[in-house]
Write a protein that binds this ligand. Structure first.
Ligand code: NAP
Ligand code: ZN
Length: 349
């Protein structure tokens, strides 16, 4: 067992506080990692506050993990000590079902083990990346691009893949008009990646405050959703609209912005039901309403290589772990440019 230092939520209403726990010693196909940085995803807040139900405590959140390999088990062939590696939202899956075989482990219906707030196959609770080390199976570990800083890579492990996967699946590219709704952690990676894929990118944000940033990130157009004119101007405009918002928006308004055969992909997870979707919002224009979560291991590696090739680290604000509760409040106020990343050196030795 290895004593691990981190921060945990001990209850849904409690702030995160220092917490020590044990990690297993590496088994034959395990890799031990010193965590250097971990991003703060809005899903961490949802789960630490039990907004989706079923949270278990104490909870060490964090699934945007970037670090360096410190030890490998006897049967590990993919990694060696010193490698720069990442872990995203899951650390195991059944490995046998049709989805696992296709490399779509995120849709494994039998045994997906999330990086935290979940249970390993042996029943041990999983603990996430707001901590100084982690041990995981080699098949669920990613290689980070050499040309990007570790801290800029961390958010790619969730925000990056969560946007890359639907953008690729729904063919974002030259000649396609793509809207990114919500310019937060997910949204800013969506802008960068959709731009690099060659799409015409529009940001839909609550206000005009983030307009200059959006242009710098690669957006061609920017509109405020607080302005009713936006919905008049952009009717039947987009081929693909990626919705990263967790608030209970009226999706009908956004379906109206799709062109014929357009798709709105829901990524944000509202904790309450959204207003009913009218059949007419879909019928008139043969539109699709879809959802997507993260991505499988092969596609996550492909995304990391793509971000390396196109030089697309996340835009981050690095914080010491002692500021994690403050950072949560700022995320909730949409006051993040564009991902908080915890520097694990702040845990001390
Ligand atoms: P985030 O950094 O907080 O970004 C969300 C953005 O949504 C905000 O920056 C804001 O952008 C916009 N927004 C916030 N409140 C709003 C409101 N009341 N009305 C309209 N827009 C609002 O969060 P994130 O980390 O990107 O995560 C977003 C959501 O995706 C969360 O629900 C998270 O749990 C979920 N998620 C899903 C997946 C998946 O696999 N599907 C993966 C990770 C996260 P503007 O300021 O530009 O309006
Ligand atoms: Zn996440």
């Amino acid at each position: 067992m290895q004593t691990t230092k981190g921060y945990a939520a001990t209850a849904a209403t409690a702030p995160l506080t220092p917490f020590s726990f044990d990690r297993r010693d590496p088994r034959e196909d395990d890799v031990a990692i010193d965590i250097k940085y971990c991003g703060i995803c809005h899903s961490d807040i949802h789960q630490a506050r039990n907004e989706w139900g079923g949270s278990t405590f104490p909870m060490v959140p964090g699934h945007e993990i970037a670090g360096v390999v410190t030890a490998v088990g006897g049967k590990v062939t993919k990694f060696k000590v010193g490698d720069r590696v990442g872990i995203g939202c899951f650390v195991d899956s059944c490995g046998h079902c049709a989805e696992c075989k296709r490399g779509l482990q995120q849709y494994c219906g039998k045994g997906l083990v999330f990086t935290y707030n979940s249970k390993e196959k042996d029943g041990e609770p999983t603990m996430g990346g707001y901590s100084d080390k982690i041990v995981a199976k080699q098949d669920y570990i990613l290689r980070l691009p050499d040309n990007l800083p570790l801290e800029g890579c961390a958010p790619l492990l969730c925000a990056g893949i969560t946007l890359y996967s639907p953008l690729k699946h729904w063919n974002a590219g030259p000649g396609k008009r793509v809207a990114i709704l919500g310019l937060g952690g997910l949204g800013h990676m969506g802008v960068k990646i959709a731009h690099a894929m060659g799409a015409e990118v529009t940001v839909l944000s609550q206000t005009l405050r983030k307009q200059a940033d959006a242009k710098r990130l690669g957006a061609h157009h920017f509109y405020a959703t607080s302005d009713p004119e936006t919905f008049k101007k952009l009717g039947r405009h987009f081929d693909l609209l990626i919705n990263t918002v967790s608030a209970e928006l009226d999706w009908n308004l956004y379906l109206n912005l799709l062109n014929v055969d357009g798709t709105m992909v829901v990524l944000g997870v509202p904790d309450k039901p959204v207003p009913a979707v009218n059949a007419g919002s879909l019928l008139f224009g043969r539109k699709s309403l879809a959802g997507s979560i993260i991505g499988g291991i092969p596609e996550t590696q492909e995304m990391l290589d793509f971000c390396g090739k196109h030089n697309l680290p996340s835009d981050i604000e690095v914080i010491p772990i002692q500021k994690v509760n403050e950072a949560y409040e700022r995320v909730l106020k949409s006051d993040v440019r564009y991902r908080f990343v915890i520097d694990m050196a702040s845990l001390g030795s």
